[in-house]
Ligand binder design. Structure first.
Ligand code: LHQ
Length: 264
């Protein structure tokens, strides 16, 4: 894997680590990065040996959103169709992260702006370095939040905070993001690599099938009423209860030892 690859892809046991790798541009997203993210996440979805994904960035930033140098709207004769760019390059990646039946962890190592912020927020668990900032930078360049931002911000923060962040493009520090429930946790910068690696390793040893079903149930909760959600929990728990990991989990409990989950 050449160090110049736009996304570094490495395996450590059941963890697939994806490192956005254009540090001189704060890992701003271009077509090659998005294509690599897409194909790698498709592979991760289909490979049962991959049981957790860890997304992070190289250098001092996590991701500064769309590469604004990749295309100059003013010097092109045809109008820019950003909808096509979202449809073809961004949204498939966001849907993959959201639908992947295994945990996706994001370690936000520095600034996360525009689509970069919302890429992080699409992940299941977000850990951030205390110095990281989340910036809905879109309004600064005359755009609306995309990459799922309007959906995520309103659900996690409510309209008041979501609208203020979108309309002011104010940077949100990692501690406030955690206090507001936008992310899981802020940790000291120097602790982030170890905290992220150990959480990813722990997730990769978990009952992967059940974790995927839990993710599915929680996503459905956003639109289900209580009774429908009870029915869904029944159906998914039925599936989990047939799994080898449930049998192993109960056996390990009774034998007073740590479970050895296989992900099945
Ligand atoms: C960059 C970028 C960048 C290129 C820093 N591009 N080079 C849009 C269109 C299409 C479809 C899909 O959806 C989207 C969604 C979007 O993501 S729109 C939002 C795009 N992102 C932004 O507007 C953020 C732009 N960047 C910034 O505001 C700042 O760079 C932040 C606040 C992220 C960081 O500020 P600083 O820490 O002061 O760093 P810097 O500004 O000095 O950046 C370092 C270098 O990275 C610099 O290059 P240079 O050669 O001068 O050292 C920047 O030009 C470059 N860079 N973001 N998005």
């Amino acid at each position: 894997m050449p160090a110049s690859d736009p996304v570094l892809v490495t395996r450590d046991g059941g963890v697939l680590r994806l490192t956005l790798n254009r540090p001189a541009r704060l890992n701003a997203l271009d077509a090659a990065m998005l294509a690599t993210l897409r194909s790698t996440l498709e592979h991760a979805r289909d490979d049962a040996a991959i049981r957790a994904i860890l997304l992070t960035g190289a250098g001092r930033g996590f991701c500064a959103g769309q590469d604004l140098g990749a295309r100059d709207p003013a010097t092109r004769s045809a109008p820019v169709d950003l909808g096509d760019s979202l449809d073809q390059a961004y949204n498939p990646v966001l849907r993959l992260i959201r639908d992947l039946p295994k945990p996706v962890l994001c370690a936000v190592n520095g600034v996360a702006a525009g689509a970069g912020a919302n890429l992080a927020l699409a992940c299941d668990i977000v850990l951030a370095a205390r110095s990281a900032r989340f910036i809905q930078a879109f309004a600064r360049i005359g755009l609306i939040p995309d990459a799922g931002g309007t959906w995520t911000l309103v659900r996690r923060l409510g309209e008041a905070r979501a609208k203020a962040l979108a309309m002011t493009a104010m940077p949100l520090d990692a501690d406030t993001a955690a206090n507001w429930g936008l992310i899981w946790k802020a940790v000291d910068d120097t602790d982030l690599p170890e905290a992220a690696a150990s959480l990813a390793a722990e997730l990769a040893q978990g009952p992967t099938h059940a974790l995927g079903l839990a993710k599915q149930a929680m996503h459905a909760a956003a639109t289900n009423d209580f009774s429908t959600q009870l029915d869904l929990e029944r159906d998914l728990q039925r599936q989990a209860g047939r799994g080898a990991d449930y049998a192993e989990g109960v056996r390990a409990f009774l034998e007073k030892r740590a479970p050895r989950f296989t992900g099945a």
